[in-house]
Design a protein around this ligand. Structure first.
Ligand SMILES: Nc1ncnc2c1ncn2[C@@H]1O[C@H](COP(=O)(O)OP(=O)(O)OP(=O)(O)O)[C@@H](O)[C@H]1O
Length: 324
C-alpha cells in the first residue's frame, strides 16, 4: 500500500498554471526527491501535499485518507506530516533547548537521542543567534522530528550548506528514517543532491512531471535534453552516431537518441580500429578528474578522463568505456 497517493493535482496562482495533472505515489520508507528548474512548481506541490495550499483539482491521500487543505481545516497542515520550508526561521532570543522543549512530544530519553543523531546536543544552551546556518537547519529538523511525523516534507534542505554539512545532513536523514520510521520526500533544485540520496526521482518542468524513475535511469536515460541537463554534462548522439564508439553501454538503454555522460567514454592516444579519431579542443580540471572536449570528424564529444597530460591539439581516440 502506498503511504502517499497524489492524483491529478492542478493549481493556478495569479491566473498562471503552476501545476498540471500531477499524479504519483510513494511507498513507506522509499526516499523520494522532486527535482526541476526554479519555478517548475516543486514547492507549491510540496505544500499541497502537506495540506498547506488548497489544490484547484485532484486529491492527496495519506494512508488512504484525504489530506485536507487549508479551506477544510481550522489549523492548516496534516498532523502526521512535518514540513520544513526553504525559508524557515528559528525564533530569536530563545535558547535552542527552549525551542526544542516547546515542540517535543517524545519521552525525554528519546528526545535526547534524537538530538544526538542530529548532532545538536552541544548547541542546546546556545541562543538561536549564536549558531551557524547548517546548525540552524539541523535544529529546525530536530524540532519537527520530535513531533514524530510519519512523512517528512523537506524543501531544499541541502541548499546553502557546504559539502561537509550536506553529508552530515544526509546521514542525519538516513539515521532518522531508520530509527524513527519516518519517510522522507525532498524537493531540490540541485539534482546532484537527489542522485546521491533518493531511491526514486521525479523530474518536473513547467508544473508537470516529465519523468519518474530510479536515479541511475534518470541520469543515464533522461527523457529529453532538459532532464539530461539537470543532472550535469551530457553528449547527444543519434543511435547510429553512438554506435561508432563501440557497443553502446546497456545502462543507456535502447533509444533513437542518446544522452551520454562524459564518463561513459574513454580516451586513448594510440590509434585503434574500434575508436573514433579526434583532436582535443579543451581540457577542464574538475578536481576528481578532467573533462576533455574532443572535435570528431562530424561532431564534438566531452569525455571524462584521469589523464592530466592531454592538451589542446592532441590526437586522441574515443570509444565507450567497457562496463560503463
Ligand atoms: N503565491 C504565489 N502567487 C503567485 N504566483 C506564485 C506564488 N507562489 C509561487 N508562484 C509561482 O508559481 C510558480 C511555481 O513556484 P514554486 O515556488 O512552486 O516553484 P519551485 O519549483 O519550487 O521554484 P524554486 O526552485 O525557485 O523554489 C512560479 O512561477 C512562481 O512564480
Amino acid at each position: 500500500m502506498a503511504l502517499l497517493k497524489v492524483s491529478g493535482i492542478g493549481k493556478q496562482l495569479n491566473g498562471n498554471v503552476v501545476l498540471q495533472d500531477i499524479s504519483f505515489s510513494q511507498k513507506k520508507f522509499r526516499k523520494l526527491a522532486i527535482v526541476g528548474e526554479s519555478g517548475s512548481g516543486k514547492s507549491t506541490l510540496l505544500k499541497i501535499i502537506g495540506g498547506l495550499i488548497q489544490p484547484d483539482s485532484g486529491d492527496v491521500l495519506f494512508e488512504d485518507k484525504h489530506v485536507e487543505g487549508p479551506n477544510e481545516r481550522l489549523i492548516p497542515g496534516h498532523p502526521q506530516m512535518a514540513y520544513l520550508s526553504q525559508h524557515f526561521e528559528l525564533r530569536n532570543n530563545y535558547r535552542v533547548e527552549e525551542i526544542l522543549e516547546y515542540a517535543n512530544t517524545l519521552p525525554e530519553s528519546e528526545a535526547q537521542s534524537l538530538y544526538e543523531i542530529c548532532h545538536i546536543k552541544h548547541l542546546l544552551k546556545r541562543k538561536t543567534d549564536q549558531i551557524s546556518g547548517g546548525e540552524k537547519q539541523r535544529i529546525a529538523m530536530a524540532r519537527l522530528l520530535t513531533g514524530a511525523p510519519k512523512l517528512f516534507l523537506l524543501d531544499e534542505p541541502f541548499s546553502n550548506l557546504d559539502n561537509l554539512h550536506r553529508n552530515t545532513l544526509r546521514s542525519v536523514i538516513r539515521a532518522m528514517g531508520e530509527k524513527l520510521g519516518i519517510t522522507f520526500l525532498i524537493v531540490s533544485h540541485d539534482p546532484a543532491d537527489a542522485l546521491g540520496w533518493a531511491d526514486e526521482i521525479i523530474v518536473m518542468k513547467n508544473g508537470q512531471i516529465i519523468q519518474q524513475d530510479i536515479p541511475e535511469t534518470v541520469y543515464r536515460q533522461p527523457v529529453n535534453e532538459y532532464a539530461a541537463g539537470l543532472f550535469g554534462t551530457y553528449n547527444v548522439f543519434a543511435k547510429t552516431e553512438a554506435a561508432r564508439f563501440g557497443e553502446i553501454p546497456k545502462a543507456y538503454g535502447n533509444r533513437k537518441q542518446y544522452f551520454i555522460r562524459p564518463e561513459a567514454f574513454t580516451l586513448a592516444v594510440k590509434k585503434s580500429k574500434t575508436a573514433v579519431a579526434g583532436k582535443v579542443t579543451d581540457v577542464a580540471f574538475l578536481g576528481s578528474g578532467y573533462e576533455v572536449e574532443v572535435a570528431l570528424p562530424e561532431s564534438m564529444v566531452i569525455v571524462r578522463t584521469d589523464n592530466g597530460d592531454l592538451k589542446f591539439g592532441d590526437d586522441v581516440y574515443v570509444s565507450f568505456r567497457k562496463h560503463s
